[in-house]
Design a binder for this molecule. Structure first.
Ligand SMILES: C[S@@+](CC[C@H](N)C(=O)[O-])C[C@H]1O[C@@H](n2cnc3c(N)ncnc32)[C@H](O)[C@@H]1O
Length: 215
């Protein structure tokens, strides 16, 4: 039987801010990579890099690692970060859980941001969603005590599910209490997908917790 193999060529990314997760040492020295010991912040699914560039511009005292497994997204993110002249950002092409396990020490993150992750809207696809109970339990030890866990989506049931499961996670406390989620966070940068959904009249669900300091 004739097998047709479709090869996708990856557009090379030459930015000095770009890293390929699989080519990094296990547990790389982030202080050497960034040239300082500033706290680490992770963005999962950075898309075109608009959010990480806005945040890294506002917070030069933090080092941002923006992850995406989509090469074209990494390319666009690198171009945006290069244009902004940022040195406190690295764009990493990798799958989130693979990268976190291999490359991040426990209790190393000051914050994790997940904006508009793929929604897998059909009921039968929901098990593919990135953020679920297992993921939150997996992520928790990588956060420093007091670190932020930020999640945003336009999908009502995804937003409500994540708010509910974080509520049950003893190691986290709700930063938006008494609300379980908000549809607006003043001053928070809007991502490409947030703006697209808002233009369609949809509401964004923002959920923000922090890892408890005392455990
Ligand atoms: C719907 S887009 C949202 C992009 C951006 N955060 C925004 O709000 O505009 C989701 C992004 O997450 C990336 N992504 C999804 N699952 C991922 C995973 N497990 N590891 C790394 N990237 C992932 C996709 O490639 C895509 O770029």
């Amino acid at each position: 039987m004739l097998q047709v193999v479709i090869m996708h060529t990856l557009i090379p990314i030459t930015s000095p801010l770009f890293l390929v997760g699989a080519e990094l040492d296990e547990q790389p020295a982030w202080s050497t990579i960034f040239g300082n010991d500033n706290p680490l912040v992770l963005e999962i699914g950075c898309g075109i890099g608009d959010f990480v560039v806005a945040m890294a511009t506002r917070h030069p005292e933090l080092n941002f690692i923006a992850l995406d497994f989509y090469n074209k997204g990494c390319l666009k993110s690198c171009k945006r970060a290069d244009r902004a002249g940022l040195t406190n950002v690295r764009i990493v092409r990798d799958e989130a859980r693979t990268f976190i396990r291999r490359c991040l020490p426990l209790a190393s993150l000051q914050a994790v941001f997940i904006n508009c992750p793929d929604p897998w809207p059909k009921r039968c696809q929901r098990k593919r969603r990135l953020v679920n109970q297992e993921f939150v339990s997996f992520m928790e030890p990588y956060l420093k005590p007091g670190a932020l866990f930020h999640f945003a989506t336009d999908f009502d049931d995804y937003g409500v599910d994540v708010a509910n499961l974080l509520r049950r996670q003893a190691g986290f406390e709700n930063l938006l209490a008494p609300d379980h989620w908000r549809h607006d966070l003043e001053g928070f940068p809007r991502t490409k997908y947030m703006l697209k959904f808002m233009a369609e009249g949809k509401e964004i669900y923002f959920v923000q917790y922090r890892r408890r300091a005392e455990e």
